[in-house]
Write a protein that binds this ligand. Structure first.
Ligand SMILES: Nc1nc2c(ncn2[C@@H]2O[C@H](COP(=O)(O)OP(=O)(O)OP(=O)(O)O)[C@@H](O)[C@H]2O)c(=O)[nH]1
Ligand SMILES: [Mg+2]
Ligand SMILES: [Zn+2]
Length: 305
C-alpha cells in the first residue's frame, strides 16, 4: 500500500512521517536508498514523500515530492549533502552571546536561505546576558537591510511574543550554533515538547543523549516550529558567487561603480566596494564574511571570467 505524508522528524536514516492520520516510522528505500552513505541525509524534515508500507509495519520512503526549497549543508567528513529541512517558510537564525554573537554564521545562513527564497528572522537570545547597545552595534548592518530582529530570553520566557506572532501559521525552522537556546525556546512554547522527544528516544532504543537532526512541533495556532541539532559549522551546498549578491545587497550596490561589470569585489582593480567600505556604507565584518563565502562558492563554481 502506498501513502503520502510529510516528514516531521529525522534522526540519522530514520524519519517520522505524518500521513494525515498517523505518524509512521520509515527510512529511504528503493531508488532513494542507492549509494547508502552518501544519500542517507537527502530527505529532510518538511519533505513531502510517498511511503510504501511493509507487512511488518515499517515504511519505505520511495520518493520525495517536488520541493519549494531546501536548506542543505555540506557534511564535513564525507562532503555529502545533508538536507536539514525542506519546504521552509521562515528560517529563524538564533544568535546568543558566549563567546559572541556569531554574525559570520548568520551570514552563511542568510546566503543559504535567500538563495532558496526563504524568509529570514534573526533571533537574539539570552538578552539577560547582553546589553542592548552591544546588540544594536553588532546588528546595525542587518537592521539597515530590514531583516526582522527579535531580542529575547527564552529561558526566562521573556519577549517571545513578537517573534511568535510574526511567524504565526508558517513552517519555521530554528537554526544556530550549538548552545544558543533553540531547544529552550521550543520547550518554552510547546507544552509537552520534552516528553515527546523522550518517547521517540525510547522507540528507537537509542541512548538518552541522542539528538534528532530535526524535529517539528505544532503550536496551538498552527505554527510549525522545527528544532534542529546545533552545529559548529555550516558549509554551503551548491551556492555560486551570484547567489551572494542577494545575501549581500549593500556590497552589490556599492559595486555598481566597479570597473568590470562582473567584478567579484575581491582583488579586481577599480573595485568600487573599497570606497563603500571607506565611506562606512559596507561594514568591514560583513565584507570579511563575503570574502570567505566567495572563496567557498568559487571552490565549486568556476568564475565567469
Ligand atoms: N542566560 C540564559 N541562558 C539561556 C537562555 N536560553 C537558553 N539558555 C541556556 O543555554 C543553554 C543551551 O540551551 P539549549 O536550548 O540546549 O541550546 P540549543 O541551541 O538547543 O543547543 P543544541 O541543541 O546543542 O544546538 C542551556 O543551559 C539553557 O538553559 C536565556 O535566555 N538566557
Ligand atoms: Mg537543542
Ligand atoms: Zn567590485
Amino acid at each position: 500500500m502506498q501513502v503520502e505524508g510529510q516528514v516531521y522528524q529525522t534522526m540519522g536514516k530514520w524519519h517520522w512521517v505524518w500521513d494525515g492520520a498517523v505518524v509512521r516510522q520509515g527510512f529511504p528505500g528503493g531508488r532513494l536508498a542507492l549509494g547508502e552513505g552518501r544519500r542517507k541525509n537527502r530527505v529532510g524534515v518538511g519533505d513531502r514523500v510517498t511511503l510504501r508500507l511493509q507487512s511488518d509495519g515499517s515504511a519505505l520512503i520511495e520518493a520525495i515530492l517536488p520541493r519549494k526549497n531546501k536548506l542543505s549543508r555540506r557534511m564535513s567528513f564525507t562532503g555529502a549533502e545533508h538536507v536539514v529541512a525542506a519546504n521552509v517558510d521562515v528560517l529563524a537564525v538564533m544568535l546568543a552571546p558566549n563567546p559572541l554573537l556569531n554574525t559570520a554564521l548568520l551570514d552563511r545562513y542568510l546566503v543559504a536561505a535567500l538563495s532558496q527564497g526563504m524568509e529570514v528572522a534573526v533571533l537574539v537570545n539570552k538578552m539577560d546576558l547582553l546589553s542592548e547597545s552591544d546588540v544594536d552595534e553588532t546588528l546595525a548592518p542587518y537592521r539597515r537591510l530590514n531583516y526582522p530582529i527579535f531580542p529575547m530570553a527564552a529561558k526566562l520566557r521573556r519577549d517571545l511574543d513578537a517573534f511568535l506572532s510574526a511567524v504565526a501559521g508558517r513552517w519555521v525552522v530554528l537554526v544556530g550554533h550549538s548552545g544558543v537556546g533553540k531547544t529552550t525556546l521550543v520547550n518554552a512554547v510547546v507544552p509537552g515538547a520534552e516528553e515527546k522527544v523522550g518517547e521517540v528516544r525510547e522507540a528507537t532504543g537509542k541512548g538518552r543523549h541522542t539528538t534528532s537532526s530535526a524535529i517539528a512541533h505544532r503550536l496551538v495556532d498552527g505554527t510549525i516550529l522545527v528544532d534542529t541539532a546545533g552545529i559548529r559549522e555550516f558549509a554551503l551546498w551548491e551556492v555560486g558567487w551570484r547567489d551572494l549578491e542577494v545575501a549581500f545587497p549593500e556590497i552589490h550596490e556599492a559595486g555598481a561603480g566597479c570597473r568590470f561589470p562582473d567584478c567579484q569585489h575581491s582583488r579586481e582593480p577599480g573595485c568600487a566596494v573599497k570606497g563603500g567600505l571607506q565611506a562606512g556604507r559596507v561594514s568591514p565584518r560583513r565584507y570579511e564574511s563575503y570574502l570567505s563565502l566567495l572563496q567557498e562558492a568559487l571552490g565549486k563554481e568556476t568564475p565567469g571570467r
